[in-house]
Ligand binder design. Sequence first.
Ligand SMILES: [Mn+2]
Length: 465
Amino acid sequence: MGFVEDVSRAAKIILEADAITLISHIDADGITSEAITSQAVSRAGICVHPVFVRQLEPMTMKHIPDDDTLKVFTDLGGGQQNLLEEAGFPTENVLILDHHINQPAPGGTEYFQVNSQFYGEEYVKCSAAGIAYLVARKMDSSNTDLAKLSVVGNVGDMMAQENRGLVGAARWIAEDGADHGQVKITRGINCYGLSTRSLHICLSNSDDPLIPGISGDPAAAAALLCKTGIYSSTADNRIWEELSREEGRTLASVLAEQMIANGESPDRLFAELYFFPDEMEKSPLRNASEYATLLNACGRWTKPLIGEAVCRGDRGQRYREAEHMLRHHRSVIRELCEYIHEMGVDASGAVQWIHTGDKYPDTIVGIGAGMALSKLDHDKPILVMCNVSDEPDLIKVSMRTYEKVLRRGIDLQEVLVKAAAEFGGAGGGHNIAAGAYIPKGCEHDFIRRVNELIEGQFAAGPQNR
Ligand SMILES: [Mn+2]
């Protein structure tokens, strides 16, 4: 069936339910998917009970009640239909709204699913929050106020990263939000923290692209801003959102010149950005990427319900708790970065790596790896291993690299999927950021294998992809 028909069918299934259990993932996309669907469901007068899980696996299945409510899975489920089948969920009690790779149930049970992977190019870069929104909108056209959350989920799941803006169905949803005055779509610099951080900090944190002379050097960034007249002194701390159009343009051209003078393409300097004018100025809720980080912080520290309350509009107690989670999240990541720099990475092979043991939670090690890389060798991918808190036999592996390294033929996902499978583990992710779980004890052989595979990709060069 086509996308429109499937969305209509999903909306109908929900509207005909007496009560719903909503099972979702704890990242920004999962939390927004849940918040969108649960609001649409309760607005329709149907009882809804949320269940957040870190992953849908045999251990977490017990959190899903064995009753006759309709089970709606958002941001997961498509790849775990074997578990739904094993649990004996009848097809009429299951609806899956997902965008991950589909794995049919081995016993042949055919669960109904709306999955972004099913409908061609226009939908591939649409996360679960996108599907959830389109279903909610079909349920009742007054649910268009939920478009904003959908944009947060899409941006949080890196749907805007490759093209530096949302595309296809996800872009259409952003426009839907803009038509209803909730989303302001604009172009600007491709940096994080445009609503909350001093501009020189934003610029010096930029790692996609790396800006020569600016990335990693806040003082140089402040000096550049003074020279252009955007800062009145190096102690200034204006944020990007406060710049006039003219100042925005000046900054763009100065940065582009900086890139070109160093023989780099200025393309990745700019991106389409999504702001939310109805949120408080200088708050992390003002733009999609900062909002998503706030939700990810709640999820990674196992408080998805705090993030969900913020999505539902809480700007009091729960919002303050979420802000606290965000601050905590940032300070632990900063600590992890410092730890990596102090301990030093082993850079004798084609990757630079470190094992952080159980010093830091496995849920933030990937982010820390990415941030630590900015002060390490930019041409070598970083790999960080750590223990997994509730799985003593497992090691989590996170890898990160930069766009310019991808252009030399590197694909981290390919490497980790292959290497992890050889050691009886499992890997996944993207070419620029990937992760894996491997059995404890094989770390050294695993590193050797990853080094080999990365060397092979460098040797093959970009021509093979
Ligand atoms: Mn997702």
